[in-house]
Design a protein around this ligand. Structure first.
Ligand SMILES: NC(=O)c1ccc[n+]([C@@H]2O[C@H](COP(=O)([O-])OP(=O)(O)OC[C@H]3O[C@@H](n4cnc5c(N)ncnc54)[C@H](O)[C@@H]3O)[C@@H](O)[C@H]2O)c1
Length: 427
């Protein structure tokens, strides 16, 4: 049932009743005016007019109260449609989080442990960027009694099979991947190994051990050459501009086949430029902060004419947890005659998770300068290969079905990152 149907079934019925009464009163008054005028009773007409004015005043209040009732019922209806089956200490789940030593994965592990879940964190601790940072992230939660670390590569087929068979996870969040758009030009094989072979091992494990829900990281980069903004999951995404983007789109397609063949519920999350404390050293916020503090120039690509939907890491984690708790279901209205790219007749979903409020790159730089109290030296450069000039998430589906929308303002998130960076690196 969609929201419009919900409104019609709940608040809509009362709304129609009120309108019916109001219409009856109005036509009665109109008749009185006509009769009075035809008989020349001017005083009476004036009296009727004052009645009409009173009635309109009452109607205004009535309509306001109807609107409030409808909104209230619709809100109740939405929460009914999207129950947050949150796990609690009373019903903890065993969850595999891959990429546990990574930026987003480490934040997610902490949140899941805090709410009482049992977390198995998998990571190969590769040296794509400083391993000490990955270890420091792990140190924040690795001694938690409900946490265990598995140092393994996703592409280790036998190892992954044995892990799934032994642990029997309730749910899986796959965040481990070779990330980065530009690195996929230098080292394409890493993307095939981790994102394609590794992802195959993940979905195979889920299939053979009846995992209840697989949630996996996709990326805003799947929108590739699309220019219709904001980017919608209901738009076709068949024109990726980098192997990284293609590998994430491939994950969505692979997941669809497993949702279809084996009834495995899967949800892909297209993250939009995630930033925040414990962030990635290869991403703009980290690179800019480091360079500014070292008195070096920052590389501003596309001559600063870039817009990004920057999304704060806590908002991403909240979204991941809510999605994890809301097992993907089939869309009963889906039809192969007009195939909706964002849903399916199989229990398969994709959602955008972005701030839905794009920021100009120069404003982002301004927020960093403000947080640091320093001005950046800037090298203006052309757009990098494989990169896109703008991203902007349409999060309507996430709001409607999961009841959540990221909303941390960039100034606030950047200030938190800068405070973390200065403390972590003692600068
Ligand atoms: N950070 C963003 O802005 C962003 C945006 C879109 C999508 N994503 C996706 O979100 C996920 C998490 O991103 P992140 O920013 O936390 O990246 P990250 O690089 O910090 O974390 C990924 C972790 O996975 C591990 N890993 C990589 N390949 C592995 C393999 N083959 N086997 C086992 N472990 C492996 C790495 O060691 C790392 O700790 C990734 O899938 C990424 O593609 C991130």
């Amino acid at each position: 049932m969609n929201i419009a149907e919900g409104a019609a079934r709940s608040g809509g019925r009362e709304f129609l009743q009120y309108l019916f009464i109001a219409r009856g009163s109005l036509s009665e008054l109109e008749t009185q005016i006509l009769i009075s005028k035809s008989l020349g009773y001017i005083d009476e007409v004036e009296s009727v007019m004052s009645h009409i004015n009173e009635l309109f005043a009452k109607l205004g209040g009535l309509i306001h109260s109807i609107q409030q009732k409808v909104v209230k019922k619709m809100t109740l209806h939405i929460s009914h449609l999207t129950p947050h089956e949150e796990s609690s200490a009373a019903s903890p789940q065993k969850i595999l989080v891959t990429g546990a030593a990574g930026f987003i994965g480490s934040h997610l592990c902490i949140r899941l442990l805090e709410r009482g879940d049992e977390v198995v964190g998998l990571d190969n601790l590769n040296d794509y960027y400083e391993v000490s940072l990955k270890k420091a992230r792990l140190a924040r939660f690795s001694d938690h009694e409900n946490f265990s670390l598995v140092k393994m590569d996703l592409s280790d087929r036998e190892g992954m099979e044995a892990l799934f068979a032994e642990e029997k996870f309730d749910k899986v969040v796959n965040l481990a991947a070779q990330a980065g758009v530009r690195y996929s030009i230098e080292n394409p094989q890493a993307y095939i190994d981790s994102n394609i072979v590794g992802f195959t091992n993940i979905i195979e494990g889920c299939r053979h051990t009846s995992v209840k829900h697989l949630v996996y990281a996709s990326s805003s980069s799947v929108y590739g050459a699309n220019e219709t903004m904001p980017f919608s999951v209901h738009d076709n995404v068949d024109h990726p501009l980098s192997l990284y983007a293609a590998s994430k789109k491939a994950n969505e397609l692979m997941a669809h086949t497993y949702s279809n063949l084996f009834d495995l519920p899967t949800t892909g999350l297209r993250f939009f430029t995630v930033y925040g404390p414990w962030g990635r050293p290869d991403m703009a916020l980290f690179l800019f902060t480091k360079a500014i503090l070292e008195g070096k120039a920052i590389n501003v690509f596309n001559h600063g004419k870039m817009r990004r939907d920057f999304t704060y890491v806590d908002d991403i984690v909240e979204g991941v947890i809510r999605v994890l708790d809301k097992t993907a279901t089939a869309n009963p209205e889906w039809t192969g005659k007009a195939p909706d790219p964002g849903t399916s007749k199989a229990p398969w979903r994709v959602y955008n998770i972005g701030n839905s409020s794009p920021v100009e790159l120069m404003d982002y730089v301004g927020a960093i300068e403000k947080a640091l109290g320093m001005e950046a030296k800037k090298n203006f450069m052309p757009l990098q290969d494989g990169d896109v000039p703008a991203t902007y998430a349409n999060v309507d589906d996430l709001v409607r079905e999961v009841g959540y929308k990221p909303d941390t303002p960039v100034e606030e998130g950047v200030a938190k990152f800068v405070a973390w960076y200065r403390e972590y690196y003692s600068v």
